[in-house]
Design a protein around this ligand. Structure first.
Ligand SMILES: N[C@@H](CCC(=O)N[C@@H](CS)C(=O)NCC(=O)O)C(=O)O
Length: 233
């Protein structure tokens, strides 16, 4: 059974994507905030031409713990979506950005290859982001704000090192292929959400020229630009 739709938080923002070529009439609710994980989904929705409404969840004020939000996102994290036109036409809610991206890719057939063999590379790089290239730079963001000098130094040494290692992995991959899974895919949108914050986790893209080439290519796309420009807060 799909989880029930909760009409949740205040300040819904209707957003009409520039392109509606996908032909999907129903508006997806995007429960989110202006963060790397949140931006992954606004970028994907824009690139896929899906109509959506932003429902900001102010994680600074604890709105992620509101019972109505926890119903659709039991881990109390953004992003989550509610699609009124889910499988068999029934509504469905989805949490975890990786699951949302796969769902949207399957729904539209965009940025998600139908071929099972080609799907594997998309899943590999999507899961690589979910497990590492997100949690690690996220820790850098955290430790940069730690007041205790010794704690901060320890955390930054550990997580900056791992973050730079991950950028190196990405750079090697992108020296071989144009996009992480060969052709552009939802994996690129997931990774881009975090690469967008490279300055905050103190990474200079000049040190990773293939990542920079990929980053600039993606950031030049009209759909990506709309996905980063849309108000999420
Ligand atoms: N694995 C989750 C991570 C989501 C996540 O960490 N969201 C953060 C914002 S980027 C959040 O909601 N933080 C609020 C909190 O931790 O209380 C996903 O990819 O959706």
């Amino acid at each position: 059974m799909p989880r029930p739709i909760a009409a949740i938080l205040p300040h819904p923002i209707d957003h009409e994507p520039a392109s509606k070529e996908g032909g999907f009439a129903m508006t997806i609710e995007l429960h989110t905030w202006n963060t790397p994980n949140g931006r992954k989904i606004s970028v994907a929705l824009e690139e896929m031409g899906l109509p959506y409404t932003v429902k900001p969840v102010n994680i600074g004020k604890g709105e992620q713990f509101a019972p109505a939000f926890v119903k659709i996102s039991p881990n109390s994290k953004i992003p989550a979506i509610v699609d009124p036109e889910g499988p068999e036409g029934a509504p469905i809610s989805i949490f975890e950005s990786g699951a949302i991206l796969i769902y949207l890719g399957e729904k539209t057939g965009k940025f998600w290859p139908a071929d099972r063999r080609r799907q594997v590379a998309v899943l590999e790089w999507l899961m690589w982001q979910m497990g590492g290239f997100g949690p690690m730079p996220g820790q850098v963001h955290h430790f940069l704000q730690v007041a205790n000098e010794q704690d901060r130094r320890y955390g930054l040494e550990r997580y900056s090192k791992e973050t730079r290692r991950l950028y190196g992995v990405l750079d090697r991959r992108l020296s071989e292929v144009e996009f992480t899974a060969g052709e552009i895919s939802i994996a690129d949108f997931a990774i881009l959400g975090w690469a967008w914050r490279h300055e905050r986790h103190q990474v200079d893209l000049a040190d990773f020229p293939n990542v920079r080439r990929w980053y600039e290519t993606l950031m030049a796309r009209a759909g990506v630009q709309r996905g980063f420009a849309v108000a999420l807060s």
